[in-house]
Design a protein around this ligand. Structure first.
Ligand SMILES: [Fe+2]
Ligand SMILES: [Fe+2]
Length: 269
C-alpha cells in the first residue's frame, strides 16, 4: 500500500507549536524503542535457533534506535516527555508467543513504521539541515523495523496454519488495536483545523486503519467484508480472554532441550 501523502506540508523546527507536536511524537518513539529490551525475554523463550538469532539481532537494533532517537532529541535541543498511556499499553510485553508476534511485531511495529516513515520522514523540512539529518537516521531505523514486522508476519502465518482457531482472537485483537490506537492522537484534536500538518490527522488515521485491515487480510484472519457486530464482539471477547490468560503465561526456555535437532544433529537423549 502506498504511504499516506502529506503533500508539501512540513513542520517548522523552530516554531514553538510545531516543536511541541514533534516532542510528543518523538517521546512516544523513544519510549517504544526503550521497550526493545523486552526482546531479552523473547530470546530466553526462543523456540528455535532462527527465533533466537532474530531476537539477538532485534535487541542490538532496538538499542541502537533508542540512542539514535536520543541524538535526534539533542539535535533539536529538546528533552523527552513521558509516554502516553496508550503507547505504554500497546507496547507492553506479552509472554504468550502467539499474541506477541501479532500484537508487538506485525501490528505494533507496523503502526510504528507508519509514524516513522509516513509522518516523520515526510513532514520534516528537507531544507533544514536538522530535518535532513534526522531523515537519514530514520531511513536506517525504518529498514530495520521492516524486518521486525516481516518476522512477526511470518510467525503469525505459521501459527495460524498450526492453530486455525487463532483467527478469531487475532481478528478481535486487530479490532481492539484499531479502536485504541487513535486515542493517542486526541491530544491534538483541538488544533487539527488550523495546522498545516495536523489537518491531515483524520485522513492519516483512516489510511492506517485501511492499511492494517489489508495487512490482516494478507495474514489470513480478516474476512473480505467486515463481519457483523455479533462476530466482532465474539472475536474481541475471545481476544480479551486470551490476553488475560497471557498475563499468567510463564516465560520458559526450550532451546536447551531442542538444540541438537536445531543444530542438525540427531537427538541423543
Ligand atoms: Fe525500533
Ligand atoms: Fe522494531
Amino acid at each position: 500500500m502506498q504511504p499516506y501523502d502529506f503533500g508539501p506540508d512540513r513542520f517548522d523546527l523552530d516554531a514553538p507549536e510545531d516543536r511541541e507536536v514533534l516532542r510528543f511524537v518523538l517521546s512516544q518513539a523513544l519510549y517504544g524503542e526503550a521497550t526493545g529490551v523486552y526482546c531479552g525475554k523473547s530470546l530466553y523463550a526462543a523456540r528455535s535457533l532462527e527465533a533466537a538469532r532474530f531476537y539477538v539481532r532485534q535487541a542490538h537494533e532496538e538499542l541502537n534506535h533508542l540512542e539514535l532517537f536520543a541524538r535526534i532529541f539533542r539535535s533539536l535541543d529538546m528533552t523527552p516527555a513521558p509516554a502516553h498511556w496508550v503507547i505504554k499499553l500497546l507496547s507492553a510485553h506479552n509472554n504468550y508467543y502467539p499474541l506477541k508476534v501479532l500484537m508487538e511485531h506485525a501490528l505494533g511495529e507496523g503502526m510504528v513504521l507508519d509514524i516513522f516513515r509516513d509522518v516523520l520522514m515526510q513532514t520534516l523540512p528537507e531544507n533544514d539541515p536538522r530535518g535532513a539529518e534526522i531523515a537519514k537516521k530514520l531511513a536506517v531505523v525504518c529498514k530495520e523495523e521492516e524486518s521486525h514486522i516481516a518476522w512477526g508476519e511470518k510467525e503469525t502465518k505459521r501459527l495460524l496454519a498450526e492453530h486455525p482457531w487463532l483467527r478469531h482472537p487475532y481478528y478481535g485483537i486487530l479490532e481492539i488495536q484499531l479502536l485504541i490506537a487513535p486515542i493517542a492522537t486526541r491530544a491534538f484534536a483541538a488544533r487539527i483545523a488550523g495546522h498545516r500538518v495536523l489537518r491531515h490527522l483524520p485522513a492519516f488515521v483512516t489510511h492506517v486503519q485501511k492499511r492494517v485491515w489489508a495487512q490482516g487480510q494478507e495474514l489470513g484472519f480478516v474476512p473480505a467484508e467486515r463481519p457483523g457486530l455479533g462476530y466482532r464482539l465474539f472475536a474481541m471477547a475471545w481476544a480479551a480472554a486470551l490476553f488475560v490468560r497471557s498475563q499468567f503465561a510463564r516465560s520458559t526456555s526450550t532451546l536447551e532441550k531442542t538444540y541438537m535437532t536445531e543444530l542438525g544433529f540427531a537427538d541423543v537423549r
